[in-house]
Design a protein. Structure first.
Length: 300
């Protein structure tokens, strides 16, 4: 990546592989193989993987490969994530859809067609993507893998620059959502008691329709900061990095729409979530109730 440039990310889902592994874990070995020609019950949560990929940078390519005629119950989740669905009909007696071959070819094509692409995220437990990881790293790209624990090939894990287990990402996402809900609880309790005398005396301004709410911003703030602290391994996050991730996860985010003149004043509205650490190098923040921030002595 060029100095000062923003990271650009491509995500490639071997969707049927992930679904099959999770389905077998839930229902027993070979369950998916015996029921693959029927409409599938959703078992994959798309959001945690997308949040993880977005923590690297701006997601510019997002594709998933599978035989979609049996995955209609995923429609809302896949459309909501903006995923480009690549149809792979089964071929041959063993019903293999060759998604791994098409994925690898598409990824290599994208690497050469888009020199600004910096990160490749491959969602699969399959060792077939080892060669793709090697070629992508040779081309100077960062390769991140996502697979299921106890089902991901150890050589595939070793081939990646970074590898995350799907369950760990789900748990991180659930923890951030619980933290956001807990942080929002006092505000909900306060409003449930009814308007205060002061508010009754104030003139009521007309409410304009908006795509952004304080609760949504609070949830995105918590999710973004939790993700960055987990990713960096220290509770010391640059404010600019935090805002960039918030806008990737919530494109409609604008602190001014929430009555804040700056991003810092927006953060100060949530002292139960975020703590201002310093103003060095643009400023850093920390997640409340996490490990204390320990910036390098040479930070500046």
């Amino acid at each position: 990546m060029k100095a000062g440039g923003e990271a650009k990310v491509a995500i490639y889902w071997d969707f049927e592989n992930l679904h099959a592994v999770l389905t077998d874990q839930q229902n027993g070995q070979d369950y998916y193989r015996d029921h693959r020609m029927s409409v599938q019950a959703p078992v994959v949560d798309v959001d945690p993987v997308l949040d993880y990929a977005a923590s690297f940078g701006d997601v510019i390519i997002h594709r998933a490969y599978g035989n979609w005629q049996f995955f209609s119950r995923y429609r809302d989740a896949l459309n909501g994530a903006g995923i480009d669905l690549i149809q792979m009909f089964p071929r041959g007696a063993n019903m293999k859809n060759s998604a791994d071959i098409r994925m690898a070819l598409d990824a290599l094509s994208d690497i050469h067609a888009h020199p600004h692409l910096t990160h490749i995220v491959v969602v699969s437990s399959d060792s077939d993507f080892i060669s793709l990881a090697q070629k992508a790293k040779q081309a100077g790209r960062f390769v991140a893998g996502v697979g299921v624990e106890n089902n991901s090939n150890r050589f595939w894990i070793a081939a990646c620059n970074e590898f995350k287990f799907y369950r760990a990402l789900v748990e991180l996402n659930e923890a951030s959502e619980l933290a956001a809900s807990a942080a929002a609880a006092p505000a909900v309790t306060a409003t449930s008691a009814g308007p205060s005398p002061e508010s009754e005396a104030m003139p009521v301004e007309p409410q304009l329709p908006t795509l952004l709410s304080v609760d949504e911003a609070r949830e995105t703030l918590t999710k973004s900061l939790t993700q960055l602290v987990a990713r960096q391994g220290e509770n010391y996050v640059h404010r600019g990095t935090l805002k960039s991730l918030m806008k990737r996860l919530m494109p409609a985010f604008d602190e001014r729409a929430l009555g804040c003149g700056s991003f810092t004043s927006f953060l100060e509205k949530f002292p139960d979530i975020v703590r201002i650490v310093d103003a060095e190098g643009g400023g850093h923040v920390a997640l409340v109730d996490a490990a204390p921030a320990e910036p390098d002595s040479g930070a500046g």
